[in-house]
Design a protein around this ligand. Sequence first.
Ligand SMILES: NC(=O)c1ccc[n+]([C@@H]2O[C@H](COP(=O)([O-])OP(=O)(O)OC[C@H]3O[C@@H](n4cnc5c(N)ncnc54)[C@H](OP(=O)(O)O)[C@@H]3O)[C@@H](O)[C@H]2O)c1
Length: 266
Amino acid sequence: MRNTTWKEAVVIVTGASSGIGRATALRLARQGSFLVLAARRQAELEALAQEIRALGTDALALPTDVTDQSQVQALVQAALQRWGRIDGLVSNAGQYVRTPIREMSIASLERSMAVNFYAGVYAVQAVLPTMLAQRKGAIVLVNSGDARTPIPPDTPYVAAKCALSGFGDILRQELRGSGVEVTMIYPGRIDTPMIENLRVPRISAKISPEDVARAIQSGVEHRNAEVTIPAQTSLLYYIKVVSPRLSDWLIHKLGISGEDLPVRQS
Ligand SMILES: NC(=O)c1ccc[n+]([C@@H]2O[C@H](COP(=O)([O-])OP(=O)(O)OC[C@H]3O[C@@H](n4cnc5c(N)ncnc54)[C@H](OP(=O)(O)O)[C@@H]3O)[C@@H](O)[C@H]2O)c1
């Protein structure tokens, strides 16, 4: 949306209790947006809502498990009851589910699909009737660079994010001319709790969630279909298009999978 007016725009952010979602909510609040904050942890959401109100705008903290379709419907209804419209959806909640295929349980695959794929579908379907009636809206789907260059042993995570890619690509085409824009975000490695126990090589060094929040804002303002952040994340993808085996070799040689660190006991 060129000429995006963030001031008093009603924006739902899922996964707002941490990382990219939290940074995005704060960034949009600084532009004057009204935020609808969703995640499971109520205390974190309430604290963020207070921080947002202190910036001079408003926020609604709504504990929601996004894998439950009825809770997602209730979230959208609560936003509509409060403000009567929905200008933006940042579908961002996600979990990193990582296990080699030989050891992978179907349950872990289903858990990943629930949060990394179906939750996005539920959120889009819940906001779409309102946005279409308004003939205006911005849908942001937070995906992962992993969906473009799958890296072992991330199968449950990657399978769900690849499904989200397909869904988003078709959604964008079906909504052409409707006034509702779709932007898919492909982050590389981001310094959030999600991968705090993953040591990564310098070539895929972690960047800040604030950088992703900035990219989300800019992507919506410029009506970008896709945003890759950092930009060099695309490099392996282009190599894979030309030569999948060269891409496999580089992933292996450069240690892109990273190393799982022991989980710190608190
Ligand atoms: N970090 C990275 O390197 C990276 C790279 C590429 C893409 N991404 C994507 O970026 C998005 C945000 O991740 P992040 O890095 O910011 O991770 P994060 O700090 O761990 O945040 C994940 C968020 O998702 C929420 N969430 C998880 N399961 C949920 C559920 N069932 N219902 C509602 N909320 C749920 C969490 O809140 P609660 O626990 O309070 O529910 C939390 O707010 C994800 O979609 C992730 O796949 C991350």
